[in-house]
Design a protein around this ligand. Structure first.
Ligand code: PLP
Length: 417
């Protein structure tokens, strides 16, 4: 499932052992496999065979410019949620004409920048946003290409913080209002309605909620078109889940085929915005055991990575597999909570893991390629980890470990008097 496998008892990817990465670049360190990223992207792309489509990788899942560049070289489009992400796409060689701009709170200056860059589409989430965009486009005598993000009000079996398609969520235009908002948009001089969009959540491991949402979207498209507004593309968002523990999410091909079935009636370009399903299992977080602490209640393995490096366990109670870099017989050792040094009880990477550990051992926190580094912070004044890409048997540091100077960059003391 993942590029990271044991070879001769050593965990690594593409012929590079993680122990070698640690020796070269230290820990904590995020490690990605280029081959795995490409294989995941190609699987989606091939599944569309013959159908007009665009893969817009969701930049927020992992926004390192080397990752974006690998995808740009494949011809990928990008789903952005800020001007910072637009700048990253442009600097990585991505094509702005293949960029869709999502997000519930686009600022006016961000709209202006994105319009100037010539992006493919704004995924608009409210009438207020339409009005702002119309005014800004008018100011530059431009037409803003627009999809409306519809909230289909479907339930999704995922963590409540990453469910976005219920009517109580802040995202999208309520389903029952969508037709009238399309009519408003169609009447605006500097808005060019070209598509429809939804995104119902993340880490979704069954097809049913996607199908429910897309069938509702299909019905809505019919009534929009009956009202004389034509839809050129259908953007179904991202959200396809990955295997963290024992999930069995649909494959790229099953996912694409069921989507195609729903929209087989129209000549639409299909846009997808996968993030996690491309990057999640293409990366690990490499960490070293600092010390072991055994109490009468519990054993703790205190490691040099923490919640500031990988927030998902603390934020979503997420489960990540934790593997010893040197293979052990399964079930060997003691039961440990693997924790970081940050002063928060929520600072854990995994609980109740059976491992045989001694100080200095290397561990790999798996499935950390998406929503890993990009959610990291410097909390507790911990410089952010480095990032390394493995590519055909070689390793490249694609982001240097932060220094203490980086940590205080931009800060100043008050003057003496
Ligand atoms: C986060 C997000 C995505 C990507 O979601 P994944 O679960 O990582 O595939 C796609 N589209 C939008 C609008 C998002 O907010």
């Amino acid at each position: 499932m993942s590029a990271f496998v044991y070879t001769n008892g050593q965990l690594g990817a593409e012929g590079v052992a993680l122990a070698e990465v640690a020796a070269n670049y230290g820990t904590p360190c995020y490690v990605y496999s280029r081959a795995e990223i490409e294989q995941r992207w190609n699987a989606f792309n091939a599944a569309f065979a013959g159908q007009a489509h665009l893969l817009c990788y969701a930049v927020k899942a992992n926004s390192n410019i080397a990752v974006l560049n690998v995808l740009a070289r494949l011809g990928s489009g990008f789903d952005i949620v800020s001007v910072g992400e637009l700048e990253r796409v442009i600097r990585s060689g991505g094509d702005p004409a293949k960029v869709v701009f999502s997000g519930v709170g686009k600022r006016r200056d961000e709209m202006q920048e994105a319009l100037k860059a010539g992006i493919k589409c704004f995924n608009v989430e409210s009438v207020a946003e339409l009005e702002h965009l119309n005014l800004i486009a008018a100011g530059s005598s431009l037409q803003a290409p627009v999809s409306l993000r519809v909230n289909p009000d479907v339930d999704v079996d995922t963590h409540p913080y990453i469910a976005t398609g219920l009517k109580e969520n802040k995202f999208g235009i309520p389903y029952e209002d969508a037709l009238s908002v399309y009519q408003i948009a169609a009447g605006m001089r500097h808005i060019n309605v070209i598509g429809i969009d939804c995104h119902i959540g993340s880490q979704i491991t069954v097809m049913e909620p996607f199908i429910n949402a897309l069938e509702r979207l299909q019905q809505l498209i019919s009534s929009i078109e009956e009202n004389g507004i034509s839809i050129r593309h259908v953007d179904i968002g991202g959200g396809l889940g990955i295997n963290y523990k024992n999930e069995t999410p649909p494959t790229a091909i099953d996912y694409v085929k069921s989507v195609q079935q729903i929209f087989s009636g129209g000549p639409y370009e299909i846009i997808i915005e996968p993030g996690r399903s491309i990057m999640g299992n293409a990366g690990v977080l490499l960490t070293r055991v600092e010390s072991l602490k055994r109490t009468s209640h519990k054993n703790f393995a205190i490691v040099d990575a923490a919640m500031n490096d990988l927030l998902r366990p603390a934020l979503y109670d997420a489960w990540h597999d934790i593997l010893p870099v040197y293979k052990q017989a399964p079930g060997q050792g003691e039961v440990f909570d693997v924790v970081g040094p940050v002063c928060e009880t929520a600072d854990f990477l995994g609980k109740d893991r059976t491992l045989a550990l001694t100080e200095g051992d290397l561990l790999a926190v798996c499935s950390a390629g998406a929503y890993g580094f990009c959610m990291s912070s410097t909390y507790n004044s911990r410089p952010r980890a480095s990032e390394v890409m493995i590519d055909k048997g070689r390793m490249f540091e694609i982001r240097k470990r932060e220094t203490l100077d980086d940590l205080m960059m931009g800060e100043t003391l008050l003057p003496d008097v």
